[in-house]
Design a protein around this ligand. Structure first.
Ligand SMILES: [Fe+2]
Ligand SMILES: [Fe+2]
Length: 328
């Protein structure tokens, strides 16, 4: 029932006495006023209730909105959390496989290191066998090879080569005459100067040496040295007549060290030269027989007393052994 309906109803209520002769009760107007008042109060209560209902509806609506927003945010957060978890799992998986790969690589490198160390040891054993054979055959003494090796290492170090190369040049240098195993004894052990024919036979030791050293990477430098240690800077050497930097650096270094040691050692047909005379001959050969830069380094080593120190250290380690023929 609306407010207006209530008012109409109040206006139409008949509060007059049933009998017109009966004097009108004085309470009739009062009752009407009370009724009017009651209707007003009801009106007020009604509109108050309406307002409250509207307010409640608004609040409810607002709360619904907030709840929906909250639910949405919750959904997004759950989604993000799932994504983050997936990323974290992916990342962990990647790290795991990366770590496994690294471990595998480290294992492979370790095996490679062991294998190459074994190869190196085998190579060095091979060298000592070859040298033993060459020494017996050529009467080349161990001290000659030791001095050549130490001179070569000192020169290579002085030229600023890295440690691995210094070591490689050193051990490779001791095989320079390994091809002499094939040279006939009467030529090798000849007490006199060689004839041209004999000399052409002896030249073959460079080619034989290179062949004997096979194809392994370990002997690459040794092969170059065996082949080229009698080549000359001016191109007049043997067996190929290479000149200048066509000759490998290792062979150019060995050439200086080997000739110096041959000159300063006793031979079947000559006495040992003094270190000064030997050095003078090397200096004279700079730019002709030898690479001038290597000669300069070698002379500097002599002035610093390095050559003398090497010579006496080798003599002390091996006893008073007489160097033999080697640099023919
Ligand atoms: Fe030689
Ligand atoms: Fe030699």
């Amino acid at each position: 029932m609306s407010n207006d309906d209530t008012k109409d109803m109040v206006e139409t209520v008949d509060v007059s006495p049933r009998d017109p002769d009966v004097p009108q009760a004085p309470g009739g107007d009062v009752f009407r006023q009370l009724l009017h008042q009651a209707v007003r109060v009801a009106d007020m209560a009604n509109s108050q209730a309406m307002r409250m209902a509207l307010d409640f509806a608004k609040v409810y609506e607002r709360e619904q909105g907030v709840r929906k927003e909250f639910e949405n945010q919750l959904k997004q957060m759950t989604l993000m959390e799932k994504q983050a978890t997936r990323y974290a799992e992916d990342l962990a998986g990647m790290l795991r496989s990366e770590r496994e790969r690294r471990q595998e690589l480290e294992r492979a490198l370790e095996q490679e290191r062991i294998a190459s160390e074994e190869l190196r040891r085998t190579g060095l054993q091979g060298i000592s066998h070859l040298l033993l054979a060459a020494t017996i055959k050529d009467r080349t003494t161990g001290t000659h090879l030791q001095r050549v090796r130490r001179y070569v290492e000192a020169i290579a170090e002085r030229l600023g080569l890295p440690d691995e190369l210094v070591e490689e040049y050193g051990y490779s240098s001791v095989m320079h005459d390994v091809g002499k195993i094939h040279t006939p004894d009467h030529i090798l052990q000849s007490e006199h100067h060689l004839s041209d024919d004999e000399f052409s036979v002896i030249k073959q030791h460079c080619i034989d040496g290179e062949k004997m050293l096979g194809t392994a990477r370990f002997f690459e430098t040794a092969r170059a040295i065996a082949r080229e240690h009698h080549e000359r800077w001016d191109g007049k050497g043997y067996p190929d007549g290479k000149k200048g930097e066509e000759i490998s650096l290792a062979a150019r270094i060995v050439s200086v060290a080997d000739v110096f040691d041959a000159l300063t050692s006793k031979r079947p047909y000559k006495e040992a030269w003094s270190a000064e005379a030997g050095l003078k001959a090397i200096e004279t050969g700079a730019g002709e027989r030898f690479d001038p830069e290597i000669v300069a380094g070698f002379v500097a080593l002599a002035k610093e007393g390095v050559l003398e120190r090497i010579s006496s250290e080798v003599a002390a380690s091996e006893g008073d052994e007489q160097p033999g023929s080697s640099a023919k």
